[in-house]
Design a protein around this ligand. Structure first.
Ligand SMILES: [Zn+2]
Length: 129
């Protein structure tokens, strides 16, 4: 039995989890091979591999929202634990520890989460108006 390839852009068997994983890796959610970003956060409008228009999928405030939510839940328990367990540690030491950690996690996770948001938007066909 001859199997014909699916037309470009049509991958009916791709699940939302597969697309999410591709987006988290900053790859095109449709093919998983093309780059999703052409810079730090600038979306490559058309995938160079499969031709999908990834620029039509909004991520707007969702990516920063989920990034702040995740980083806050990662950093806050340690900051609270430090403040409770070692109350003599100065504010400058706490700032010296948690400010770079928070900044690093935020800047590191933001492109990944933005890719995931775009991937989920592409799966559910949420397009920019
Ligand atoms: Zn692609």
């Amino acid at each position: 039995m001859t199997q014909y390839p699916l037309p470009t852009g049509l991958q009916a068997t791709t699940t939302v989890w597969q697309k999410l994983w591709r987006g988290l890796q900053r790859h095109c959610p449709n093919c998983g091979q093309g780059k999703l970003f052409k810079g730090y956060l600038k979306v490559e409008p058309i995938c160079a591999v499969c031709g999908q228009d990834n620029g039509q999928f909004p991520s707007d405030d969702a990516a920063p929202y989920f990034t702040i939510l995740l980083v806050g839940h990662l950093v806050a328990p340690f900051a609270i634990t430090m403040a409770v367990k070692w109350p003599t540690v100065s504010l400058w030491w706490q700032l010296g520890i948690f400010l770079p950690v928070t900044l690093g996690l935020t800047l590191g996770l933001l492109p990944l989460i933005k890719g995931g948001v775009i991937a989920v938007a592409s799966h559910f066909k949420v397009i920019r108006r």
